[in-house]
Design a protein around this ligand. Structure first.
Ligand code: NAD
Length: 250
């Protein structure tokens, strides 16, 4: 895949899908800014990439903090002179409560990270992309951004918003050599899924029963699609959502 020498930021890259994506970009010759709100896990992933012969830099950033996002992009551009790709992956999980039981705090927290955080990252990256004449955004939405997701109101709202922002921004910048796409994973093995199952162990069997392939996705399988969308192999694709869910949405 043609991502060699691209400068790529992956948010939430300390774990799960973000970690797999950072590693996959590096395998294909990209320089990866491994960003997470947790510096320790970002550093671990950076070290893994460096010791495997790849190029990486860890930068801590909480995507729900606008100044932190500005600093993330500014530091990247200071170090490498440009930014080619941003993968907006950082996200927090479902609460498994019905809408009337959801707390205001949960709503604000999930929207701040999953929705406003993606907006902040898009806004700041787009300023840089317009300056340099192009760029590429891959947002990590979810099956929950395409289909009903009961007991999940804040997560559902935030992921539908990510799909909407992806499509709207794709149209705005289509003539500016800037592409914006989203990946919608179904149930994928990660800390986020582990937390969900730990909160309600019966969910494991319930979830697997609705997946036609009868297994969870692997983070590396999602990473393949993200790197492909960010590559020069997909230059006519913009505003799309690609679903990787073992057939769940069928
Ligand atoms: P994960 O919990 O393994 O990883 C999420 C990472 O994001 C963690 O490293 C965490 O520290 C980081 N993070 C959380 N809040 C942050 C913030 N405010 N700023 C910066 N970093 C932050 O979860 P995952 O499953 O790999 O999730 C990655 C993305 O994939 C999320 O957007 C999630 O909604 C989406 N997703 C996951 C699944 C699934 O089944 N695992 C399905 C659909 C979509």
């Amino acid at each position: 895949m043609e991502v060699k020498n691209k400068i790529v930021i992956v948010t939430g890259a300390g774990s799960g899908i973000g970690k797999a994506t950072a590693i996959h970009f590096a395998k294909h010759g990209a320089t990866v800014v491994v960003s997470d709100r947790e510096m320790a896990t970002a550093t671990e992933v950076m070290t893994h990439i460096l010791t495997s012969g790849g190029k990486a830099l860890a930068i801590a950033a909480d995507v729900s903090n606008f100044e932190a996002v500005e600093n993330l992009v500014a530091q990247t551009v200071k170090e490498y002179g440009r930014l080619d790709v941003i993968v907006n992956n950082a996200g927090i999980g479902p609460n498994l409560l019905r809408t009337h039981e959801s707390s205001l705090h949960d709503w604000d927290k999930v929207i701040a990270v999953n929705q406003t955080g993606v907006f902040y990252c898009m806004k700041v990256a787009l300023v840089q992309f317009l300056k340099q004449g192009g760029g590429n955004i891959v947002n990590i939405a979810s099956l929950a951004g395409l289909k009903a997701s009961p007991n999940n109101i804040s997560y559902s709202a935030s992921k539908f918003a990510v799909v909407g922002m992806t499509k709207s921004a794709a149209m705005e910048y289509a003539t500016k050599n800037i592409r914006v796409n989203a990946v919608c994973p179904g149930y994928t093995q990660s800390a986020l899924l582990d937390q969900l199952i730990a909160a309600k162990p019966e969910m494991d069997a319930i979830l697997k029963s609705v997946i036609p392939m009868k297994r969870y996705g692997k983070a590396a399988e999602i990473a393949e699609a993200v790197v492909w969308l960010a590559s020069d192999n997909t230059q006519f694709i913009t505003g799309q959502t690609i679903t990787l869910d073992g057939g769940t949405s069928l």
